[in-house]
Design a protein around this ligand. Structure first.
Ligand code: ADP
Length: 162
């Protein structure tokens, strides 16, 4: 059984993340989406809400489970018997950044491999920070995030940005 972890901030989850998860769900037996808690970076959406939004957004992927964690991603992976870390790549900037993290993780946990999956072209320009910028300007984000994220952001987050 191949168990993989897809970790990130997901503030908010975007259609780019979903693209990577849909590919991953066909390759790996089980995937944990791990929402990383960072006490120095509160973000826009509270962590428990982020997990709930992701859960609602991946209902169609039966082998995907959502969890929150703090600390090292490799420790989360070990705890869940995962030996794959999934990372999504949009461009060469992502690759340079992600390669460094993967090499650090290789030292920390040699039995855990990082697997890079490339985003389909229509998702390569989407980022969580870009979504927040668009929200700030009251723009339509419906083509960029899954519906549960859009609904949450419309109802709750907008007042935190203004
Ligand atoms: P982090 O704070 O770790 O960068 P993110 O939530 O921004 O967390 O991203 C988690 C993972 O998803 C990273 O591997 C990132 O490269 C990937 N990712 C982010 N946006 C996209 C996208 N539009 N298409 C494909 N992968 C993406």
């Amino acid at each position: 059984m191949t168990i993989a972890v897809f970790a990130g901030s997901f503030d908010p989850i975007t259609n780019g993340h979903i693209n990577i998860l849909e590919k991953s769900a066909k390759i790996f037996d089980k995937i944990f989406v791990a929402v990383a808690y960072n006490k120095n970076k509160q973000g826009l959406i509270p962590y428990s809400e982020r997990a709930h939004i992701i859960q609602e957004s991946v209902k169609h992927l039966t082998n995907v489970q959502v969890d929150c964690f703090s600390g090292l991603t490799v420790d989360f992976a070990k705890k869940h018997n995962a030996n794959i870390l999934i990372r999504g790549l949009r461009n060469t900037v992502d690759f340079e950044y992600e390669k460094q993290i993967a090499q650090n993780n290789q030292i920390l946990a040699p039995h855990i491999q990082t697997v890079f999956l490339t985003a389909d072209p229509e998702y390569c320009f989407i980022s969580s920070s870009g979504i927040k910028e668009l929200l700030y300007h009251n723009a339509d984000i419906s083509k960029l995030v899954p519906e549960p994220a859009e609904l949450y952001l419309k109802n709750y987050a907008i007042k935190d940005l203004t």
